[in-house]
Design a protein around this ligand. Structure first.
Ligand SMILES: Nc1nc2c(c(=O)[nH]1)N=C([C@H](O)[C@H](O)COP(=O)(O)OP(=O)(O)OP(=O)(O)O)CN2
Length: 182
């Protein structure tokens, strides 16, 4: 059995490596992230009279906290985007609001980064569950869907923050700074 949870978030990004693309201009989307969780060992589920292995609330708590309090309204940028320099110099308080990966923050790359973040959160808080399907609906007409094999074979270097079960979105701040902030 797979349990599917959907959450909406707003974001902005820009894609710089196609000079002819309309996506070169910073722009935003209201997106949905949809995750399917499954117990690692169906036989180990404590059905009893509860008839579930874990409540929806317990399964969603940490992931949706990350989506709502960190991902929502973040600005997604490539690590060499000069706009990062702007924020460093003029609005350093907003650095925690930048989601940063190597290369363009396409929906493919951000989906892989967030799938890894979810895996880190599950390992820390729900080790008996795994994510077997991860989807970001960027617009009503564009979605990216990933499975575990896509993460294992992911060729994109995304950042250390993806592997930490905290609220971090970039490696511009130290892990200790994120601990202090969250
Ligand atoms: N492979 C990818 N290509 C594009 C991405 C992406 O993440 N991965 N992202 C974009 C832009 O974010 C853009 O906003 C969406 O582009 P596009 O579908 O071309 O534009 P529309 O939303 O206007 O599409 P319609 O289906 O015609 O409404 C671009 N490419």
């Amino acid at each position: 059995m797979q349990l599917q949870f959907k959450r909406r978030f707003s974001m902005a990004h820009r894609l710089r490596f196609d000079a002819n693309s309309k996506c070169l201009t910073p722009h935003g989307h209201n997106e949905f992230v949809v995750v399917s969780l499954q117990a690692r060992d169906a036989g180990a589920m404590r059905w009893g009279n509860a008839n579930y292995a874990a409540s929806f609330a317990d399964l969603k708590r940490h992931w949706h906290r990350f989506v709502d309090d960190s991902l929502d309204h973040a600005f997604q940028l490539g690590h060499d985007d000069p706009m990062i320099g702007y924020f460093r110099q003029h609005e350093p308080d907003l650095l925690p609001r930048l989601l940063v990966i190597e290369g363009d923050p396409t929906t493919e790359a951000v989906s892989a980064a967030l799938y890894m973040k979810l895996n880190a959160i599950l390992a820390a808080h729900l080790p008996d569950f795994e994510c077997v399907r991860f989807e970001i609906e960027e617009t009503p007409t564009n979605s990216v869907v990933l499975g575990p094999a896509d993460i294992a074979a992911c060729p994109i270097r995304l950042g250390e923050w993806c592997h930490r079960a905290d609220m971090s979105l970039n490696d511009l701040l130290s892990p200790e700074a994120w601990d202090h902030l969250t």
